[in-house]
Design a protein around this ligand. Structure first.
Ligand SMILES: Cc1cc2nc3c(=O)[nH]c(=O)nc-3n(C[C@H](O)[C@H](O)[C@H](O)COP(=O)(O)OP(=O)(O)OC[C@H]3O[C@@H](n4cnc5c(N)ncnc54)[C@H](O)[C@@H]3O)c2cc1C
Length: 397
């Protein structure tokens, strides 16, 4: 009998979790047929997206070859998937040589994720969108610091050593903490005054971390201030031009660099994929991640709108949610293959709400809430747990 082909589009955190879970639950077989697993990604490596801010501060490679993951027994195809023909059960993609190609699937998991939101082109600055942007950011602030060494004008020196981070979600918090520490280290290496280093974190909301209790927001702000980050609340960056950042209250900051960390949007490639989408561009699925009107097609992760049918709660675009969905998808696929009722989605955050935030080398904060009780861990232990979460999400060996 022919093999069944299970294709996963997208080797991000959700796609990898799905691949692992489907392999484990099916043990590579269904109804006596072997399942052939094929992972498609447009890139030749897995990007550890949750760590995107790290190479903006330090030289660190967050691109992992597929062969270095703890997953086995799958084929990898580098290709940009263009569309899904659900009536013919085929996907169309552009291969690594730029040629148009098609491949049949029996089972398909769409996990093409999200992209980082960019400001308008006239708003200046650099958005932290991908590893190349992170490397450009690092180059820029390091060049500014080298330039400041020979500058005799104290105001200009200060400007060159100042960064504004626009957007104070978790990635903005992590980016500003890593940057201030890396810049101070660089200042010491260059023999310049590290107290001239300034990092501003611009928060358009009233406080940090609206996802959790106020006290966690306060603790984060205190930790940021201890490492040298100044948080400005109710302040939105309107634009950066020639080293001047203009805020929504018309105040200005003079900076050497402005970095945008303003969140994620569903991958725009979905617009041409012939899948049912919400008005925000996420794939529409039922409570078992099945794509409506497309037998054998499932969708999870940032690219999907997933709602808990019991509470109406919509899953957020996070690695935590994507990983939990991937794990459940293994059981769902198995149930659908064997013809018994599949488990339905339950918001992971209704079981346990957890966020961990890195605050630079050896510092972090983990908050979790279960049965209405808050638990907060800070410092080295929180950092170690964060590292474990990063490694687990990327299925490192
Ligand atoms: C700086 C930063 C920090 C973050 N920190 C955290 C955190 O601390 N905790 C947390 O839970 N979440 C965090 N997130 C969010 C988290 O990164 C995302 O929720 C998570 O990456 C979503 O995983 P995903 O697999 O759905 O999508 P993605 O990670 O976006 O992966 C999608 C994959 O699909 C591939 N792809 C895209 N289009 C195609 C195509 N047409 N054909 C083939 N392949 C394609 C991409 O190359 C990519 O490998 C952070 C995000 C950022 C940017």
């Amino acid at each position: 009998m022919n093999d069944l082909t299970c294709i996963i589009i997208g080797g991000g955190h959700a796609g990898l979790a799905a691949l692992k879970a489907i392999q484990e639950k099916t043990r590579g077989k269904a109804g006596g047929r072997r399942i052939r697993f094929v992972l498609f990604d447009r890139q030749p490596w897995h990007v550890r997206k949750v760590m995107l801010f790290r190479p903006a501060a330090n030289e660190e490679d967050i691109k992992i070859p597929w062969t270095d993951l703890s997953l086995e027994d799958f084929e990898f195809v580098q290709g940009m998937v263009q569309s899904v023909d659900s009536s013919e059960k085929r996907i169309r993609y552009t291969d690594a040589q730029g040629k148009d190609a098609r491949i049949h699937y029996d089972l398909l998991v769409v996990a093409v994720g999200s992209i980082v939101r960019r400001p308008n082109s006239d708003q200046g600055g650099i958005a932290l969108t991908d590893p190349q942007a992170a490397a450009d950011i690092r180059e820029r602030w390091r060049a500014n610091m080298r330039q400041s060494v020979g500058d005799t004008n104290p105001e200009e020196r200060k400007r060159l050593m100042t960064i504004a981070v626009a957007g104070a979600g978790i990635s903005g918090i992590e980016t500003s903490a890593e940057l201030v520490l890396a810049m101070r280290k660089e200042a010491a290496a260059l023999g310049i005054d590290s107290s001239d280093v300034s990092v501003y974190l611009l928060n358009e909301k009233e406080r940090l971390f609206p996802e959790g209790p106020e006290k966690v927001g306060r603790k984060l702000e205190q930790a940021l201030s201890e490492c040298g980050v100044t948080v400005l609340h109710n302040r939105k960056v309107m634009r950066e031009e020639a080293g001047v950042v203009t805020l929504n209250n018309d105040d200005c900051l003079t900076v050497g660099l402005c970095i945008w960390t303003i969140g994620l949007i569903p991958n725009p490639v979905l617009g041409g994929m012939d899948l049912p989408l919400t008005s925000d561009g996420q794939v529409l699925v039922d409570e078992c991640y099945r794509v409506q009107g497309a037998p054998g097609v499932y969708s999870i992760g940032d690219c999907t709108r997933i709602v808990d049918p019991r509470t109406g709660k919509v899953d957020q675009m996070t690695c935590f949610e994507g990983g939990m969905q991937g794990g459940r998808l293994g059981k769902i696929v198995m149930a659908d293959l064997e013809g018994y009722p599949a488990p339905i989605h339950k918001s992971s955050r209704s079981l346990i709400d957890v966020f961990s935030i890195g605050l630079g080398q050896n510092r972090g904060l983990l908050w979790s809430r279960k049965w209405g009780l808050d638990m907060i861990i800070t410092g080295k232990i929180a950092w170690k747990l964060k590292k474990l979460a990063w490694d687990g999400a990327s299925m490192l060996r």
